[in-house]
Ligand binder design. Sequence first.
Ligand code: LLP
Length: 449
Amino acid sequence: MVWPNTAERDADGNLAIGGVDVAALAEVAGTPLYIYDEATIRAQCLAYREGLATGVENAVVTYAAKAWLSHALVEILVDESVNIDVVSGGELYVALQSGMPPERITFHGNSKSVAELEMAIEAGVGSIVVDNFDEIDRLYALSVAAAAPIPVMVRINPGIDAHTHDYRKTGIVDSKFGLGVQNGDAERAVARSLDNDMLDLLGYHAHIGSQIFETETFTAAVDAVVDFAVAMRERFGVTPRKLSPGGGFGVAHTPDEEAPDARSYAAAVAQAYAAAIATSGFDSAPTLVIEPGRSIVANAGVAIYRVDARKAIPGVRTYVSVDGGMADNIRPALYGAVYSAELVAAGIDGPAGTSVTLAGKFCESGDVLIRDVELPPVQPGDLIAVPAAGAYCLAMASNYNMALKPAVVMVAGGRARTVQKRESYQDLMSREVTTNQYLSVKHSDQRAG
Ligand code: LLP
């Protein structure tokens, strides 16, 4: 379903989420506003856990923080026994500050700096997923001073071409992510990890892409990871403790799109995993780790905009311009992502809808949120709700045109709480240095000396 589980309309057609009237909430919280439904997030976490339990005993759901990260979300994940994966020092910092136990954090990324690796090791993260040989070299260097062996997984690139936008493919041979299985890099990375007692090789990871709907693609990833683990046991006699086919489970962004639900994705992965392990010859199943990001939060989140202007170009199209756009949701401009929209106060017997173009407020012709959407004749001041906005919108938000990042509220049981404040104009100035502060930069000849 494209809307949060608790979304409903009253007898007059007014939208409520989590038992909270959306128009009244927008009055006090302002717009653009992102509303997250706590019940939907919790239901998704549970659905993944239950789906995994249909196939395997030892399984872990690890949320990919890049989809959206917030203190309030981390608290919910901790409560729902869902772990977290991070891809930067910033995500790691926020996850730790928000109370995620370090051992439940996985650190991913194809370009981890020495400082980020140090931070992860000092914090005691559960695993660092190595993505290239330079990273292994860095871990070798850092392991000398490490208090305990550094837990690592090797990210393999199995060469699977997932059906998704080119920008979201990660498992094909020509990818910046992962170590190739076909060309032997993955095996060499395993050898290097095993060569150093201060690296504790936990197992293998693959992630083939994002917004993928076909369960067969995920089962192919499962098979690829298990096959690789079997090959490594044969080659090096090493048994993995953890295996992961990654995340990437697709969601519906519009009411006419259909996506498998979280439980079905997890069940398909778990059952494929159980079948693969049964023929693998491993005495017991290594822990299965899945990494959903988008599908935990996308449909829990709804973006609320206020209409600022309407412009009809006769015979061409009607633009309805709202107070947000590509600064809070770059996905239509970046991927051609398609969203839907409805009026917050839909009215029951209102006039029929016509097709309009929902435009953002930013200074780019490409800042169009929805190219053609049926809406009743909206006027400035009307509120518009865009569902399925919970993932990769705020997470990819910018200050383009000095936009203020939107406020975020979490709704549950008829109550709304602010979980992220709207940025202020003062915030925009907070990084500006208004007195001259010269840096002591050496000339190149001084540096050489
Ligand atoms: N694990 C790894 C290693 C990943 O790289 C990703 C996403 C995930 C898990 C979670 O994938 P998900 O379940 O969220 O599909 N900005 C793009 C999506 C980029 C995804 C990057 N990696 C978008 O807005 O569609």
